[in-house]
Design a protein around this ligand. Sequence first.
Ligand SMILES: [Zn+2]
Length: 80
Amino acid sequence: MGGKAKPTKHTSKEIAKKVFEANVNRGGGAAGKAERQNAACGFKCYVCLCQQPSEKSLQIHWEAKHTDKGALDLEKARCK
Ligand SMILES: [Zn+2]
């Protein structure tokens, strides 16, 4: 054959990064600040029950992990 198989550099690494970011609250900007002051918990993923500090984090988490479950229902995930 002799063809050089180029390794696909992205995929798994990018997914891992996405998952990591979904679970880390960087809390940057005014929105993050408001979220921090507002709620002790914020949001909880109702699929895997992990806590998410903000709507944004939850959305990233959802897109990384649960798109197969359909659309994210924010109200359902909101901690009361
Ligand atoms: Zn989840």
